[in-house]
Design a protein around this ligand. Structure first.
Ligand SMILES: [Zn+2]
Length: 852
């Protein structure tokens, strides 16, 4: 029932044979512990004033005066890992796990004592329990992935296993499910009595304390437990548990095989040379090997490896199909899209992907033609000018010539950008950006002894003028051997309103209103979220030698910041719906939106700035943007053009992967390979071939099975499309919020906070986007005044009425079988029983090269 751990959100790079994914952001649950009592006093470190210290700190100099760090072994009593005093040494994990289980046992006992007359109390208790578990489990999950000390990692891993089995037990607790179902049924009966005007039959406890969010949490919790089969007869329930365990086993074995050198094997490339077929070696050959014969050999060999994954994938497909069927769904993809998604149905997803594939094909073919020209030039093919079709581009050529095309467009010296993207300078720019747009003040500093997990980890504490303290983000941005392989955001503690504070919250909000204060800070004491953002700077500033970001790394950093800011600004009552724990097809929207700042000359002038000559003590007064020299616009144009060179081809890869993911876990799943042979049967390779035919301009290579190397299929299973949804939605929100015209406008930031980030998962996706579009159309967004609480509240009332009218109209139309033409204020299209973003604006950004 509880979505524990990192919600893995990795976007595949360049398709099946590409390297590791781009990002993994995570919602997880979490929390309690340290109440939101504000931050201890800390030295404010201006963006420039301490640059000299930052530089030596980020270089790893141990004698840097401003930043002393500690990787986690402090002999005496320190701050504790992640700032938790109870985590002083690795062996403390066991105590934490035991204490967590003891508290959860107590909460479980309280839940079981609840009767329907306790009303909403059971929801709060279950959220508390989820929070306890996630607070321990998510922190352990983060520690086992990031800590440089193996002893810490192993201790955390043992705790993940221990708590994981506890969680499985409570998830299958029928008594708890019954209490939840009874409470929800009592509320629903009450709501029905009210709408039927039979309220005299209503008992006070039926409605008391329930709010929209608690109803949503109750429905989600119930639905999650049902997805594990808890409502089924005993025999079926046991079968679902068996299938879920098998699914986990096959998925783990599939992924393990991808990095197992014996299983992936190697390819002979002549003269006694061999290439190992692990994902990163194969990606290296595809992008950098000039000899076509070598690329072809490696591509075709990799396309049959690891052979063991064929059976694992077949079994995973079969197990998931049976799980879905036992729970009454036509497919696993349908199970994943029901409830908490914008899409609603797999048919809407497939319809959207297929249309977008058709729309992007002409663009991709143009790009392919340019790559074919490069190949013709290489092979001295003089016929190309008169007969371009004679030089055909094969699957193993695409990445190589894509890299060549980018090189041809980015003619500045390779280190030219790195002068402007030294980490301290970029972080100074990030602070300015967040302050300007979201009014978030980031206070950056070193971690206390024992608080971090690797040398160089920084702590950023966020505060908002109306909302107060927002939470903590640990930044781990250095490059080191053995570091977690992709950029990621780990939740360590989730945000939520602290229980029992409803009355205090109401009183506080009242007091604020009476004193004319801003209304944005509604809500009582909150549990502040804590996250870890991992990204890497692999370059070096040529002037100072400090770590610096490539253009791709800068975009990745902005992407992860998007996840963090979503969580920092989320103000849900329950942790179950906090921030990135929102709908699966909206979770990547803020992060993609943040990537647009890397395409704008104004914001890039802030983020990428050569501050190496800035005097350490002149501070921010040195000039606009904090002194120094901004990135030259011509260099940004080059970088954008380089990225745009194959943007449509890259989108095709994402579309093919998303379609294969839908069809593998759709209503007509492929048959196991050994059962294939009859004319009607089709295998997972047929699925891949069909996805390539529909979505890709690069021909499928017969005999290859790229799906055997796509680890994403194990994680997503019917939900990978969320990335493509996010691209289209982010492109529209960039424009609708006004950021496209005024990328530093606080009015746009306020609109995004109130209408997209703040609600987290506490508002259904369709309503969330409708509300956003309505507010933007009503003049909120860039250029609108910020801070006038009364004006905002009046606008809010009007908008709620308008939204209610639209919802009523929508339901009315649906009940008459009429599809609404333009739902979501024009952001969406309605398709086959569900919703998808409109993609026209995204296609426009693709042409101009600024697409995220
Ligand atoms: Zn992401």
């Amino acid at each position: 029932m509880w979505t524990l751990g990192r919600r893995s959100c990795r976007r595949a790079l360049w398709g099946a044979f590409g390297g590791s994914g781009k990002c993994a952001a995570g919602p997880g649950p979490a929390t309690c512990g340290t109440p939101a009592t504000g931050f201890p006093a800390k030295t404010y470190l201006g963006p420039v004033r301490r640059l000299a210290d930052w530089a030596s700190f980020l270089r790893g100099d141990s004698n840097s005066s401003a930043f002393k760090t500690d990787s986690g072994r402090s002999g005496g009593k320190g701050a504790g890992l992640f700032g938790r005093p109870e985590l002083q040494q690795p062996s403390d994990w066991q105590r934490v796990a035991a204490a967590t289980e003891a508290r959860c046992d107590e909460l479980l006992a309280d839940i079981l004592k609840c009767t329907p007359s306790d009303g909403v109390r059971v929801v709060q208790l279950m959220d508390d329990m989820s929070d306890e578990l996630c607070r321990a489990y998510d922190a352990a999950e983060c520690c086992r992935n990031v800590h440089v000390d193996p002893e810490w990692r192993h201790a955390a891993e043992r705790v993940c296993v221990k708590l994981g089995s506890y969680i499985s037990r409570v998830n299958a607790h029928t008594g708890m499910y019954q209490r939840l179902s009874e409470a929800l049924a009592a509320y629903e009966a009450g709501a029905k009595a009210l709408s039927n005007h039979t309220a005299p039959e209503l008992r006070p406890w039926q409605m008391g304390g329930w709010c929209r969010e608690s109803v949503l949490v109750a429905q989600r919790l119930k639905q999650d437990m049902e997805q594990a089969g808890i409502h089924l007869p005993a025999a079926q329930r046991a079968r679902v548990a068996e299938l879920a365990a098998a699914n986990g086993h096959f998925a783990a074995a599939f992924n393990a095989a991808l990095t197992d050198t014996r299983k992936v094997g190697r390819a002979s490339i002549g003269l006694g040379r061999w290439v190992p077929l692990d994902p990163s070696s194969v990606a290296g050959v595809m992008a950098g090997e000039p000899h076509e014969s070598v690329r072809k050999t490696v591509y075709t060999a990799a396309g049959r490896s690891p052979a063991c994954n064929r059976e694992l994938l077949d079994r995973m497909v079969a197990v998931r199909a049976e799980m879905a069927q036992l729970q009454g769904y036509p497919s696993y993809a349908a199970l994943r899209t029901r409830g908490n998604s914008l899409a609603g149905t797999p048919a809407a997803v497939v319809g959207f992907l297929t249309r977008l594939a058709a729309d992007v094909r002409p663009l991709a073919e143009q790009e392919l033609k340019v790559l074919a020209q490069l190949k013709a030039f290489d092979s001295r093919d003089v016929t190309f000018a008169t007969s371009p079709a004679s030089t055909s581009l094969a699957a193993w050529d695409v990445e190589y010539y894509a890299a060549r095309a980018r090189q041809a467009l980015v003619t500045s010296a390779p280190g030219a950008l790195l002068r402007y993207t030294a980490l301290p300078s970029v972080l100074a720019g990030v602070r300015t950006l967040l302050r300007a747009v979201f009014r978030i003040e980031l206070v950056l500093g070193p971690v206390a002894p024992g608080e971090g997990w690797a040398p160089g980890v920084l702590r950023a504490e966020a505060r908002h003028p109306d909302l107060g303290p927002l939470g903590t983000v640990y930044l781990d941005l250095g490059d080191r051997p053995g570091k977690y392989p992709s950029a990621v955001t780990f939740p360590i503690t989730c945000g939520r309103q602290l229980p029992g504070s409803d009355v205090e919250a109401a009183l506080a909000a009242n007091a604020r209103r009476q004193h004319g204060g801003a209304g944005g800070g509604a809500g009582g004491p909150r549990q502040l979220p804590v996250m870890a953002l991992l990204a890497s700077a692999t370059g070096r500033c040529p002037v100072t030698g400090v770590p610096a970001l490539t253009y791709r790394e800068l975009r990745v950093l902005l992407h992860e910041l998007g996840h963090c800011v979503h969580n920092l600004l989320s103000r849900t009552k329950y942790q179950h719906l906090w921030g990135t724990r929102c709908a699966q097809d909206l979770v990547e929207v803020p992060s993609h939106l943040f990537e647009y700042w890397a395409t704008d000359p104004l914001t890039m002038g802030l983020l990428a700035r050569d501050r190496s000559n800035t005097q350490p003590d002149t501070g921010a007064a040195a000039g606009p943007g904090g002194g120094g020299e901004p990135l030259p616009p011509a260099l940004l144009e080059e970088l954008i053009a380089g990225r745009a060179a194959t943007a449509a081809l890259e989108l095709q890869q994402q579309l093919a992967l998303s379609l294969a993911d839908q069809w593998l876990f759709g209503e007509n799943p492929p048959k196991p390979t050994e059962a294939a042979g009859s004319p009607s049967s089709w295998t997972s390779s047929d699925v891949w071939r069909k996805a390539m035919e529909v979505a890709s301009s690069v021909p499928y290579v017969p005999g290859t099975s790229p799906e055997l190397r796509v680890g994403h299929l194990t994680i997503y299973g019917g939900s990978y499309y969320g990335y493509v949804y996010a691209r289209c939605l982010a492109a529209q929100l960039w424009r609708a919020s006004g950021l496209a015209d005024a990328p530093l406008d606080p009015g746009a930031g306020e609109l995004l906070r109130e209408r997209l980030l703040g609600p987290g998962g506490a508002v259904e996706p369709l309503e969330l986007l409708t509300g956003f579009a309505e507010a933007a159309a009503a003049g909120e967004g860039a250029g609108s005044p910020v801070g006038s609480a009364a004006a905002r509240q009046a606008r809010g009332r009007q908008l709620r009425l308008a939204m209610q009218r639209q919802r009523d109209q929508h339901h009315h139309q649906q009940s008459r079988g009429v599809q609404e033409a333009v739902p979501g204020g024009g952001l969406l299209q309605s398709l086959d029983g569900g919703y998808a973003p409109r993609s026209d604006y995204y296609l426009e950004t693709l042409k101009t090269g600024i697409a995220a």
